[in-house]
Write a protein that binds this ligand. Structure first.
Ligand code: PEP
Ligand code: MN
Length: 693
């Protein structure tokens, strides 16, 4: 009872009770921690649904005896239980990964300035993640002008995490972020769903009817379209994030300017809330993802999701076929989003989120099967699902003592996973490349040009791109005489550092321009991991040269891109080593690889290399990937190129890559082996005469 009936006295009593509630909740949390340690030692599951139901029924009944509404008690205890579940999950995660998600000096990148929705989502995600073992675990937040810069900060190690919005209930998937995930080397480690509840903020006392300008993000404009339509006199000024809008409205100091932002930014920027909850739909949520440089494992007892991106084959029914893999393994999809593939008109990349742990047999089997059906697949991450399924009890019957232990409310009915197949060849260091793993031939489609479809395909061009005129004349020559892909080196692996090293990115632009002008895809070599992404943005196929066949970081890097890769055999490499090197690329996710025999080093000196012609039938037998021959680098002299090229077709290769030059005497690299144009034309005619069954 209060001493007096004054409001301050009553309030002080309320404050005391609230503080007691807080300290009780903290005590409860530490008991939850104790219980998870015992559960973990006993290998039991995190959630015990029958215990949760029992607990909820008892609290409802206790609440009733104090005159508290069952709905009220239910909603409070849903939160309390959810918090307990999250605490236990965080403990298991910390144990499994050997480190808490939130360390002592964690830094988090986000787009915008403090107070933006990304910033708030990051704070909310990390607030529950502090561990009692982590002292001083307040994360620092670093704002960047763009999502791209936030991602780069994680890649470079400048920040531990970045928070990115991925989808919104009104506007759907956020394309920019999907594209960033495809092109970066980061992993999703968490997700957070935030009720965005946009508000209109402005100077205290400002009247809606007098507003002339509203600062808003494109997302807020689409969320609050109906409300904005009620302010016809008002101009919308787009801003990169809501907090920047709030800051501008504040700086203007004018009663005619306002911003759409979170209620939290009102306080941060000293603005008044002119109108609350102005979204067109009551339920306005944005889902954010948290990314890190390295993936984090997820304990199998925690409900988790896995996110992947895949590029399906360009044939009718390819997507249905891929999606049926999930159905066949009893895997539930929570998200399917498509994005166009830049440069390949009407082709789509599919982003899929599914319920399940990447390490589960079910998910492993599904991904292995998908790998055979798609051109490219990349796992974006496996992370604990942010929604904690609420415990369901019928509040009207809460006092009924019956326990429903047999009906866990969060279980999903699933079929048994297919028995995992034996991994062929894994003991040899490769499996994905083998015929046992995938029987059918891999056919690579490069903007309509098919590699490995049974037709003999010629890739032709100069050793190096040397000038616009040179590459343009080579492109015309290639196209006019039936080659399908244009080659041209711009980064040259030269034995001597004094030799011409290639024109670099300037040469790449010329090569792409020449290819486009004659409607041919282009292939060029990449020598360093740093160049992979930038070259892959423009070149249609990436070549890994003989000298780099065992450059494993380079192989891993091209395993992560969506462009096909031609891997050349190292000059001193065995076929076993070729297969293991190829496995690196496939294991990275990129299934579009073809191989190229280009002559190996033997005691023979009459030719530059010894063309191992038998590598073709051997490789064709052992792998499902297309096999090419490079007669130019094997021969080293132009007069020997044609016979070797003809032999390539006769022995069953899927194609050749051959060098020519308008003026071989002036070539900056490999002049002696460059065919003259008339020689190339004759070769193309002779090749047509060879029929292979
Ligand atoms: C090339 O094709 O330009 C090249 C350098 O070949 P290789 O890697 O086979 O020597
Ligand atoms: Mn060359």
């Amino acid at each position: 009872m209060t001493d007096t009936n004054t409001i301050p006295a009553i309030r002080s009593e309320i404050d005391k009770l609230d503080n007691e509630l807080i300290s009780l909740l903290a005590k409860r949390k530490s008991l939850t921690r104790q219980v998870v340690e015992v559960k973990d030692a006993a290998h039991s599951s995190v959630r015990d649904i029958s215990r949760e139901e029992q607990l909820l029924r008892e609290r409802i009944s206790e609440g009733r005896s104090h005159g508290l509404d069952p709905q009220f008690v239910t909603s409070i205890f849903h939160e309390v239980i959810a918090e307990g579940v999250r605490t236990q999950q965080d403990y298991l995660q910390e144990k499994l990964n050997g480190a808490p998600l939130l360390g002592s000096a964690t830094s988090v990148a986000f787009q915008g300035i403090e107070g933006s929705f990304c910033h708030l989502a990051g704070r909310s995600f990390l607030s529950s993640k502090s561990s009692p073992n982590t002292k001083g675990g307040e994360p620092s937040f670093v704002g960047y002008p763009t999502h791209l810069e936030a991602v780069r900060a994680v890649e470079s190690g400048a920040c531990d995490y970045a928070v990115l919005p991925i989808e919104n209930t009104t506007s759907g998937g956020i394309n920019e972020v999907y594209d960033l995930l495809l092109n970066s080397r980061v992993s999703i480690v968490g997700e957070e769903k935030v009720s965005t509840k946009p508000c209109l903020l402005g100077s205290a006392g400002a009247a809606l009817s007098h507003l002339e300008r509203v600062y808003a993000t494109p997302l807020s404009v689409s969320e609050c379209g109906a409300f904005l339509a009620s302010l016809p006199e008002c101009r919308i000024e787009f801003v990169a994030d809501s907090a920047i809008g709030a800051k501008r409205a504040r700086q203007s100091g004018s009663k005619t300017e306002a911003a759409i932002a979170s209620v939290e930014s009102a306080e941060m920027f000293g603005l008044a809330v002119l109108k609350r909850d102005i979204a067109s739909h009551d339920e306005s949520f944005t889902r954010f993802i948290v990314i890190a440089k390295q993936p984090r494992k997820v304990d199998q007892r925690i409900p988790s999701k896995t996110a992947i991106v895949m590029h399906t084959l360009n044939k009718p029914g390819a997507l249905v076929e891929a999606l049926s893999v999930f159905r066949d393994h009893g895997i539930n999809l929570t998200k399917l989003e498509s994005r166009p593939v830049p440069g390949n008109s009407w082709e789509e990349m599919f982003y899929v989120d599914f319920v399940g742990n990447l390490e589960s047999e079910r998910a492993k089997a599904a991904i292995a099967e998908l790998t055979k059906l798609v051109r490219f697949i990349k796992v974006l991450g496996c992370f604990p699902a942010c929604d904690v399924e609420p415990t369901l009890v019928d509040t009207t019957e809460a006092e009924a003592a019956s326990s429903q232990a047999d009906s866990p409310s969060c279980s999903v009915e699933v079929r048994e996973p297919a028995a995992p197949k034996a991994a062929p060849g894994k003991d040899k260091g490769y499996k994905l490349v083998t015929r046992e793993y995938k029987e059918s031939n891999t056919v690579i489609d490069v903007g309509g040009v098919k590699i490995g479809d049974g037709n003999f395909l010629v890739i032709a061009g100069p050793c190096s791109v040397e000038s616009r005129d040179q590459i343009m004349s080579c492109a015309r020559e290639a196209r006019n005489h039936g080659a399908k892909i244009l080659r041209g080196g711009v980064f040259k692996p030269r034995t001597s550092p004094y030799s011409f090293q290639g024109m670099g990115y300037e040469g790449l632009d010329l090569l792409v321009e020449a290819g486009r002008s004659v409607g041919m895809p282009v292939i060029t070599e990449v020598m360093t991991t740093e160049d992979v992404e930038r070259v892959a943005e423009k070149a249609d196929i990436i070549q890994i040269g003989a000298r780099n066949m065992q450059n494993f970081s380079l192989l891993k890097a091209v395993g992560q891109i969506r462009r096909p890769v031609m891997l050349k055999r190292g000059m001193s490499s065995s076929i076993e080593e070729v297969l293991q090197a190829t496995e690196y690329i496939l294991a990275g996710g990129n299934q579009q690889v073809f191989l190229c025999e280009r002559g190996i080093r033997t005691f023979e000196t009459a030719t530059r290399g010894t063309l191992d012609i038998s590598a073709v039938p051997v490789l064709k037998k052992r792998t499902h990937l297309p096999v090419f021959i490079d007669p130019s680098h094997a021969a080293g002299v132009r007069d020997l190129v044609a016979p070797l090229a003809l032999a390539a077709k006769a022995v069953g290769a899927d194609g050749i890559i051959v060098e020519f030059h308008p003026e071989p005497e002036k070539a900056l690299s490999d002049g002696p082996q460059a065919l003259r144009f008339p020689q190339f034309e004759k070769l193309m005619e002779d090749l047509r005469k060879i029929q292979v069954s």
